[in-house]
Design a binder for this molecule. Structure first.
Ligand code: CP
Length: 332
């Protein structure tokens, strides 16, 4: 394995094999497996879990990390091709990425959506440019339209909790003060479809996921025996659900238009998960969220702090599955 950029790049059996490796590495630690190896982590956007879980995973396997957060102790980086660099950025990624790669055995890059042009972001234009600059094994630590490490951790979390492979998985839009990127919803809906689940995306009018994201998930479902559909009828969606996965995202229809977004969101305050959402769900329905989550905007305290919530397990599993990803990238 040379790159871990998208779960869709791997057959289902290979993903399951990676999850088995993660379980083995957790049960039987290998503190020298990656001794002498260096992982470079380039964060063009903030993080808590991704940063700490990659550092912890690498350390538990005996390797080390170099973390670059441009503008915070390192030069501010320019990403635009052809930019006239007479503003704050002192260095272009065209030099910075190969230089970092030359010191390291593998690289992780986080580069969110620009949030202006939907087609540009769905095409992963920015991340692909960065990937082309890197000649070492590469991990996508969240791009414009993908977050494969989160998806793999969420798959493992459902396996841990014995959520049926053919169970009902509801990805629901939840509120947030502003439009967030499509990376997690895109990765999540695809992952659940690839796991073979009955996937329902619940969202208010105006927040349909873009067709390419739904089509990719439908194709995965077709291959893996699941199904995928969308609805604005939240109560119907949640009937019999085994998992409610809450996520905030911006309107694809009004992409980059913050004024229209603000107007659309104003009446959607009830898209904040509380216990009433689970009335007709499976009694053991789990609440999932990738974090960070806005308390009492996206989800009520009582749910996040209650027995349904598995958000801490999801975050912990980031470290566990990333150990397997790093092992495969650096040891085969
Ligand atoms: N879920 C996730 O990727 O968290 P961070 O943004 O804190 O890394």
């Amino acid at each position: 394995m040379k790159r871990f950029l998208d779960l869709a790049d791997f057959p289902r059996e290979e993903v399951k094999d990676m999850l088995s490796l993660a379980a083995r590495l957790q049960r039987h630690p290998q503190p020298s497996a990656l001794a002498g190896k260096v992982l470079g982590l380039l964060f063009l956007n903030p993080s808590l879990r991704t940063l700490a879980s990659f550092q912890s995973a690498m350390m538990r396997l005996g390797g080390t990390t170099v973390v670059i957060t441009p503008g915070q102790g390192t030069w501010q980086l320019e990403t635009r091709p052809g930019a006239v660099m007479n503003e704050a950025a002192a260095e272009h990624v065209r030099e910075a990425v190969p230089v970092l790669a030359s010191y390291c055995d593998a690289i992780g890059i986080r580069m969110f959506a620009e949030g202006r042009d939907l087609q540009h972001d769905l095409a992963e234009t920015g991340f692909k440019m960065m990937a082309d600059l890197c000649d070492k094994p590469l991990v996508n630590m969240e791009s414009a339209a993908n977050h494969p490490c989160q998806a793999l951790a969420d798959w493992r979390t459902m396996d841990d909790l014995h959520v049926p492979e053919r169970g009902k998985f509801v990805l629901s839009w939840v509120n947030h003060p502003r439009a967030l990127p499509l990376a997690v919803p895109a990765a999540t809906v695809h992952m659940a479809a690839m796991r073979g689940m009955e996937v329902v995306v619940a969202r208010p009018e105006g927040y349909a996921l873009p067709e390419p994201i739904m089509e990719k998930a439908r194709q995965a479902a077709q291959r893996c025996g699941g199904s995928v559909r969308e609805t604005s009828d939240r109560a119907e969606a949640l009937k019999g659900a085994h998992v409610l996965y809450a996520k905030e995202w911006g309107s694809a229809q009004h992409y980059g238009d913050s004024e229209t977004e603000a107007r659309l969101r104003k009446p959607l305050g009830d898209w904040c998960v509380d216990e009433s959402w689970f009335t007709n769900a499976d009694p053991h329905c789990h609440f999932m969220h990738c974090l960070p989550a806005r308390r009492n905007v996206a989800v009520a305290d009582a749910v996040l702090d209650g027995p349904r919530s598995v958000v801490i397990r999801e975050a912990f599993n980031r470290m566990v599955v990333q150990m397997a990803v790093l092992y495969r990238l650096l040891r085969g």
